[in-house]
Design a protein around this ligand. Structure first.
Ligand code: SAM
Length: 234
């Protein structure tokens, strides 16, 4: 603990939860979720399923979801200053990874509140390690832009990227994203990880055009996706 962190203040735990398979949670995560004063979730209805599965009865604090983070942070910092321990979780995986929490952590650090990560699943790492692409150097680029022009420019900007690139994409946009990728980087090898840790987990490998062809053969494109691009000349 640093000199500025007070013993009297509570601790902010950042707790990773499963990305699909309910057993993908650490013993420490369960212990922390049982022992804290409050659990701050994104969507309490979704997190309740996990907590009920493990018989955790810790009350929920104010939810932290996109758009309300700034306004809720002060209340949460107040709880911590009063000595309450708080565990932040998201709907899936590691909080702050394409999920809320950054504003809270930044404020907590500035206030000298102890921030403790409780590591566990995150979709980007699960997909990366199974992709078959180099893992020694990689870059996480979040979600590709939604507007066609910006999306094209985004993939153009990755033409010379030598590191493996990891992206998140939704089922509604995955076909459009693969179409743009097939146009801009037609030769690039990709790996599309779908439904990681779930019953229908699969990895589709090939060029964007090849993966697109396989997805288009399906009546519907469902599930959650991590898209991995092999680095240029890697
Ligand atoms: N915090 C999460 C993490 O640590 O991975 C990410 C949350 S972000 C809002 C949700 C996106 O993560 C999905 O759109 C998808 O791209 C990816 N994702 C989450 N779970 C996944 C899974 N089981 N399989 C594939 N992708 C997943």
């Amino acid at each position: 603990m640093s000199a500025t962190e007070s013993e009297a203040k509570g601790v902010l735990y950042l707790v990773a939860t499963p990305i699909g398979h309910l057993k993908d949670i650490t013993l420490r995560a369960l212990e922390v979720l049982r022992s804290v004063d409050l659990i701050v979730a994104e969507d309490t209805r979704r997190s309740r399923v996990l907590l009920e599965h493990y018989g955790i009865e810790t009350p929920f604090g104010p939810s932290l979801y996109e758009g309300v983070e700034a306004e809720r942070v002060e209340r949460l910092v107040q709880f911590l200053k009063e000595g309450k321990d708080v565990a932040l979780i998201s709907d899936a995986g590691t909080p702050l990874i394409q999920d809320p929490g950054f504003v809270l952590v930044r404020r907590a650090v500035a206030e000298g509140i102890r921030v403790v990560p409780v590591p566990g699943p995150t979709a980007l790492v699960a997909a990366l390690v199974a992709s078959g692409f180099p893992t020694d150097r990689f870059v996480f680029e979040g979600v590709p832009p939604k507007k066609p022009g910006k999306r094209r420019a985004f993939f153009e900007s990755l033409r010379g990227e030598e590191r493996t690139v990891v992206l998140y994409e939704s089922p509604h946009r995955i076909l459009k994203t693969l179409e743009t990728l097939a146009e801009v980087l037609p030769e690039r090898e990709i790996c599309l990880a779908r439904e990681l840790t779930k019953a229908h987990e699969e990895f589709l490998r090939g060029t964007a055009e090849e993966v697109l062809r396989r997805l288009r053969e399906r009546p519907r494109v469902k599930g959650e996706f991590v898209l991995i691009l092999r680095g240029a000349d890697s």
